[in-house]
Design a protein around this ligand. Structure first.
Ligand SMILES: Nc1ncnc2c1ncn2[C@@H]1O[C@H](COP(=O)(O)OP(=O)(O)OP(=O)(O)O)[C@@H](O)[C@H]1O
Ligand SMILES: Nc1ccn([C@@H]2O[C@H](COP(=O)(O)O)[C@@H](O)[C@H]2O)c(=O)n1
Length: 217
């Protein structure tokens, strides 16, 4: 059977990971959430006394384990839940703006996609990591809807937040991600935009599965 890569990019809380996971499961593809990799390096950075990124990366050991989604291990420790906490979210865009961090992770991500069969979500997947992906999606939603969704996520995880604060935080993080010097978040010329505002997870998944089936023919 023909193998393809699918790149899903877009701003924070647009629904990328939720949909990427479902599309990967339906098509028996590998799901990779690259935001979790930047979050893992952010945790290592916050824990380290040495703030030199080049040195920090020499000792970094990130593993992604498929488990009804994706679990993240940092030096063997499961940090899947820990990296969703506020201190990581507040610092991740700074860490992700560092050239050394981006080169390190882009190289790892490109290795993962070399044999195809991957659904990868992030900010620079269609533009930088897999510019030759067979299907590229740029997923957006209104900031109000994204803040409401993230509030529900946080309540389920026991993370304290308010919708108003989340709206500000999401807009600020999008601004940092869209204006950084290296690989800023932007829609690839050949990406298909999907606005998930007011749409169900099932609808969005079905749209992408239809687009993918055309590429798999
Ligand atoms: N139509 C929809 N499409 C996708 N997600 C939706 C939709 N409706 C509600 N959600 C919910 O939105 C929340 C945020 O989704 P998700 O974490 O997948 O976003 P994301 O774009 O990967 O965010 P981030 O980039 O910050 O990791 C999830 O709780 C998801 O269930
Ligand atoms: N390809 C990517 C993926 C993520 N980032 C940065 O990581 C942050 C966290 O991502 P989430 O998807 O978990 O929200 C994000 O805000 C970016 O700063 C990136 O640069 N490139």
């Amino acid at each position: 059977m023909k193998k393809i890569n699918i790149a899903i990019d877009g701003p924070a809380a647009a629904g990328k990971s939720t949909i990427a996971k479902k599309v990967a499961a339906a098509l028996d593809m590998v799901y990779v959430d690259t935001g979790a990799m930047y979050r893992a390096i952010t945790l290592a950075y916050l824990k380290s006394d040495d703030k030199d990124f080049e040195r920090l990366l020499q000792d970094i050991d990130i593993r992604l384990v498929a488990d009804n989604g994706q679990r993240v291990l940092l030096s063997g420790e499961d940090i899947t839940e820990r990296i969703r906490e506020n201190d990581i979210t507040e610092n991740v865009s700074y860490v992700a703006s560092q050239g050394a961090v981006r080169s390190f992770l882009v190289e790892l991500q490109q290795q993962m996609t070399r044999d195809k069969g991957v659904v990868m979500d992030g900010r620079d997947i269609g533009t930088t990591v897999i510019p030759d992906a067979e299907l590229k999606i740029y997923m957006v939603a209104s900031v109000e809807e994204r803040a409401n969704r993230r509030q529900l996520d946080n309540e389920a995880r026991g993370i304290e937040s308010t919708v108003e604060q989340l709206k500000e935080d999401i807009a600020h993080r999008d601004h940092l991600d869209m204006t950084r010097e290296i690989s800023p978040l932007t829609q690839a010329g050949d990406a298909i935009e999907i606005d998930t505002t007011g749409r169900s997870i099932e609808d969005v998944t079905a749209i992408i599965l239809k687009l993918a089936s055309d590429k798999l023919e």
